[in-house]
Design a protein around this ligand. Structure first.
Ligand SMILES: [Zn+2]
Length: 64
């Protein structure tokens, strides 16, 4: 199940670090809060295919 955690949409300019909230607005600056889902760390590992393609042919066990 996806989490409903949101992050202040303007945290990069308004805060020193991301401000997370479960509501629609930032609790600190009262600005809009955006869904934090599009994160660089996708649990579905969308880069897995690219990583396997970039690696020369070999056993998948060599993951280190
Ligand atoms: Zn904020």
């Amino acid at each position: 199940m996806h989490s409903d955690i949101r992050v202040c949409a303007n945290w990069e300019t308004t805060h020193d670090r991301p401000v997370y909230t479960l509501g629609d607005r930032c609790p600190v600056c009262d600005g809009p809060a955006a869904n934090s889902a599009p994160a660089p760390f996708d649990p579905t590992d969308r880069y897995g295919e690219y990583r396997r393609r970039a690696r020369p042919a070999g056993p998948d066990e060599q993951d280190e």
